[in-house]
Write a protein that binds this ligand. Structure first.
Ligand code: FAQ
Length: 327
């Protein structure tokens, strides 16, 4: 088992746990010096709890994130795109594996994480609760959602927890291929027929608000940012990541002749983007289970979990006689 093991969620009415001030000061000085924290190192309970929460959510987002695009594998236009999408979806599931491994180093068993996803106790990214209605939606996901993920993950790969940073470095390499694949699909549609351009514009319109939500609530509403940034788990605030995304991708979106569905969107004199605040009530609903596809996503995940139970049993007990179900 690991150094100071995961203790699960503290009861709601518990008095805040008092850490040893000397150990805490040493820990914070180490982070300040830019050194990595490794699984066997001493760490405050809250650091461990926050990391488990964030890495686990990230892992869940990768497996659930495979679902909207996954529905396009059988319908991808042409064999080359089918192969590329298949590889991308497989990569995303692989990212979940890397992230569950990183979260496990903090002491929470994988089975418990997967159960918490299915029961709704753990969250996953808002954005994967929307449907991918057309092939253009899958292009927008691979281009812009992957772009947003890269902005977040490149920043956080410079963070303080060794296993998470190393997983993120590898993930970012693969995500950059996904981004190129998505951009190529978007360019093909944008330079195609009028119908294809229309499809792409409609997909962008559908994904815009979820994309603005993707980076998390505005900094003034964010619960965890201050603590996470102090401990270098999070290396940029939600608003900073959103601004970075707009700076990098608005010019590219415009270059393709697309219109961003926000009349207020413009760069102001301070070099920051002004935009219409997306509906944060919708965000709260979606991340709490009431989005257009939450129920479907969890049902599919649950089905995969149940159908895979015999494989997990076989892996955990190789000597056991395991009979695969016939159907
Ligand atoms: N979705 O205090 P903050 C991908 C929750 S991977 C759902 O600001 P924090 C790859 C938050 O948990 C995408 N919930 O939170 C791919 C908290 O609730 P809680 C996932 C969200 O942690 C591409 C509450 O709101 N990436 O896309 C979201 O400081 C294409 C208050 O918020 C990661 O998970 C949200 N968007 O900042 C796959 C990266 N935002 O837990 C397939 C790691 C906030 O107290 C296809 N995570 N909440 O109940 C992070 O960097 C951070 O957790 C943030 C949120 C930035 C997402």
């Amino acid at each position: 088992m690991y150094g100071n093991a995961y203790i699960g969620d503290a009861p709601k009415n518990d008095a805040p746990f008092q850490e040893d001030p000397h150990k805490l000061a040493e820990f914070e000085a180490k982070i300040e010096r830019g050194e990595k924290i490794e699984p066997h190192d001493w760490m405050p309970r809250e650091y461990r709890r926050q990391l488990v929460r964030m890495i686990e959510q990230h892992a869940h987002s990768e497996i659930i994130g495979a679902l909207p695009e996954g529905t396009w594998i059988t319908r991808a236009p042409g064999f080359r795109r089918k192969l590329a999408l298949l590889a991308k979806v497989q990569d995303e599931v692989g990212h979940a594996q890397l992230l569950y491994n990183a979260a496990e180093t903090l002491g929470k068993p994988r089975e418990e994480m997967l159960n918490d996803l299915i029961s709704g106790k753990s969250k996953y990214s808002n954005i994967f609760n929307y449907p991918a209605l057309t092939w253009a939606d899958s292009a927008v996901i691979a281009w812009l959602v992957d772009a947003g993920a890269i902005i977040n993950q490149v920043a956080n790969s410079k963070g303080s927890y060794g296993p998470y940073c190393r997983a993120l470095e590898r993930i970012c390499q693969e995500e950059s291929f996904h981004l190129k694949y998505g951009y190529e699909n978007a360019v093909t549609l944008a330079t195609g027929t009028a119908k294809q351009r229309e499809m792409l514009q409609e997909a962008l319109n559908r994904w815009w608000i979820p994309m603005m939500h993707f980076f998390g609530p505005p900094d003034k509403m964010s619960v965890h940012t201050e603590k996470l940034m102090k401990w270098k788990v999070k290396m940029a605030s939600n608003d900073d990541m959103r601004q970075q995304f707009l700076t990098m991708y608005i010019p590219k979106i415009w270059e393709l002749g697309l219109t961003v569905p926000d009349e207020k969107l413009r760069k102001n004199e301070a070099g920051k983007w002004d935009y219409t605040e997306p509906d944060w009530a919708e965000f709260v609903r979606v991340i709490n289970g009431d989005g257009p596809c939450n129920k479907e996503r969890i049902a599919v995940r649950n089905m995969a979990h149940e159908r895979g139970a015999w494989v997990r049993r076989a892996l955990m007990k190789p000597s056991a006689k395991v009979v695969a179900p016939l159907s």
